[in-house]
Design a binder for this molecule. Structure first.
Ligand code: NAD
Length: 495
């Protein structure tokens, strides 16, 4: 690939025969089906993965279940499990550059973002979850109605749920895979993970690093395949005791229905249509780069991306002008090009979807295009700003998941809040102002799982993240993260 030399380890990984990680090693599996993986910058195939069939999924789940039953992982002391997970995080860091390049090659994002979110990010999140391994606690309590107060002891303990199914989308394949297996492993569960068919490679590598770190066989399994095939077989398997899913709201609903069938608890991290409210006193030196990041980083393929901006009249024109200037001058190129900021979208299908939303907007509203992108076979889409789209513009309400933001002038804060909250989604929102009182008021008024002030899309392992309304169920990260992979057991002793 021209002047961007690919890491030797990444190249070697790409050259391997397709396989799934089940039973403590990479195996061919039973399926003869294969799925090609494309480099979004060129549109050329870079590898193939197994299109796992139901039998492959069943093998993985049954092995994970047997490992859970015999206790080879959950019966290790919390300190032993913690040490293995820390070693796993170290191996991710050691292989950081090779993994980051793999993320860029299969997903398209800038190599800088891959280093930050894929390799370094995954290691940090894994370490946070690993640290919780030794902090899982039950409680003792005084009973309300004991038959004999002095002779009764009651307490709760947290037990790992069993086999966890993790389903991962394509926008941050390494980090989100980690967000699925890390808390589950910390709790003592076994895991079967299915990455997206568009970005399946890094999860396979992670599972092999886990084995190298000392995770027992069968505890972390990865099956590759489609949503309708391997994904659906996995979430409906009767031995699954928890499903953790990140992806679209439509798929989340299908998974929730499958979970209900087996009465399985679910964690759902779904789509967003996230507003940013910009007040007249906002500092544009902070707001413009902040919204550029919030709206366009990873080409807007971010669940929390700022996609609707409501700005007070006094600074509307100034903000639009500044953002229009900023998107025009962004350097374009393959993710492997360290100078590139406009990099390709993940897939041909996704480029078609985003282009369709843009064509609809161009026919009905004023649209400002950013940097010119190459015509060729890469999946490039220029960043765009849509001015005050009317109700008949589809992207006004629907998640585009691409490099496009809509900007609308508002006459008052109340109008901004009403518009911002007028959505079925509720993942994230941001407020831009120098007035602390206004900021605090708006953080309470905005309906979202996360509200940022003078920043957007910042996440951290210590800060719970998740959506309200149709953006999801439950939270990831924070000190309760691992508890979500446990069942509370009540113990009552008469003595
Ligand atoms: P998607 O829903 O199309 O696919 C996600 C995963 O689900 C893939 O692995 C897919 O194969 C699998 N899948 C599809 N149908 C399935 C089924 N019936 N049963 C089991 N698995 C199935 O989502 P995507 O296009 O990969 O990702 C983009 C979406 O993810 C966006 O809507 C985005 O907002 C959302 N997302 C949310 C968060 C969050 O934290 N809330 C983070 C990242 C992405």
């Amino acid at each position: 690939r021209g002047k961007f030399e690919i890491n030797v380890a990444t190249r070697a990984f790409l050259a391997r025969e397709p396989g799934i990680v089940v039973g403590g090693k990479r195996i061919a599996g039973r399926s003869k089906g294969r799925i090609p993986v494309f480099d979004p910058a060129s549109g050329l195939p870079i590898a193939e993965v197994v299109d796992a069939v139901t039998e492959d999924v069943n093998d993985a789940v049954e092995r994970a279940h047997a490992a859970f039953r015999d206790g080879r992982w959950r019966n290790k002391t919390p300190a032993e499990r913690e040490r293995i997970l820390f070693r796993f995080a170290e191996l991710i860091e050691k292989n950081g550059e090779a993994l980051a390049q793999l993320e860029t090659l299969e997903q398209g994002k800038s190599i800088h973002l891959s280093r930050l979110f894929a390799s370094a990010g995954s290691a940090e999140w894994l370490r946070y979850a690993a640290g919780l391994t030794t902090k899982v606690e039950g409680r003792t309590m005084d009973l309300s109605m004991p038959p004999g107060p002095d002779r009764w002891t009651a307490y709760t303990r947290r037990a790992p749920v069993g086999v966890v199914a993790g389903i991962v989308p394509w926008n941050f394949p390494m980090a989100i895979a980690t967000w699925k297996f890390a808390p589950a492993l910390a709790a003592g569960c076994s895991v079967v993970l299915k990455p997206s068919e568009f970005t399946p490679l890094s999860a396979l590598w992670l599972a092999e690093l886990a084995l190298e770190a000392g995770l027992p066989d069968d505890v972390l399994n990865v099956v590759t395949g489609t949503g309708q095939g391997a994904g659906s077989a996995l979430v409906s398997h009767r031995l699954i005791r928890k499903i953790t899913f990140t992806g679209s709201t439509a798929t989340g609903k299908a998974i929730a229905r499958a979970a209900l069938e087996n009465m399985v608890p679910i964690g759902l991290e779904l789509g967003g249509k996230n507003p940013a409210v910009v007040l007249a006193d906002a500092d544009l030196e902070v707001t413009v780069p902040g919204l550029m990041g919030g709206g366009f980083f990873n080409q807007g393929q971010v669940c929390a991306a700022a996609s609707r901006i409501y700005v007070e009249e006094a600074i509307h024109d100034q903000l639009v002008e500044a953002l229009a200037d900023a998107i025009k001058s962004l350097p374009v190129g393959a993710g492997m090009d360290p100078a590139a900021q406009v990099t390709p979208l993940v897939s041909r299908e996704h480029k078609t979807k985003v282009t369709r939303y843009l064509d609809d907007a161009k026919a009905k509203a004023k649209v400002i295009a950013g940097a010119q992108v190459p015509e060729g076979d890469g999946y490039f889409v220029s960043p765009h700003i849509v001015i005050a789209p009317a109700d008949n513009v589809a992207l006004k309400r629907e998640e585009v998941f691409g490099p496009v933001i809509a900007i609308q002038k508002v006459g008052s804060r109340d109008e901004a809040i009403a518009l911002a909250n007028d959505t079925d989604m509720g993942l994230a929102a941001s407020v831009w102002t120098q007035n602390l009182k206004a900021a605090m008021t708006l953080t309470r008024q905005l309906d979202a799982g996360t509200v940022w002030v003078n920043t957007h899309s910042f996440i951290d392992p210590a800060l719970p993240f998740g959506g309200i309304k149709q953006s999801g169920l439950g939270r990831e990260f924070g000190t309760d993260w691992v508890n979500a992979y446990t069942e509370l057991k009540s113990i009552c002793i008469s003595h």
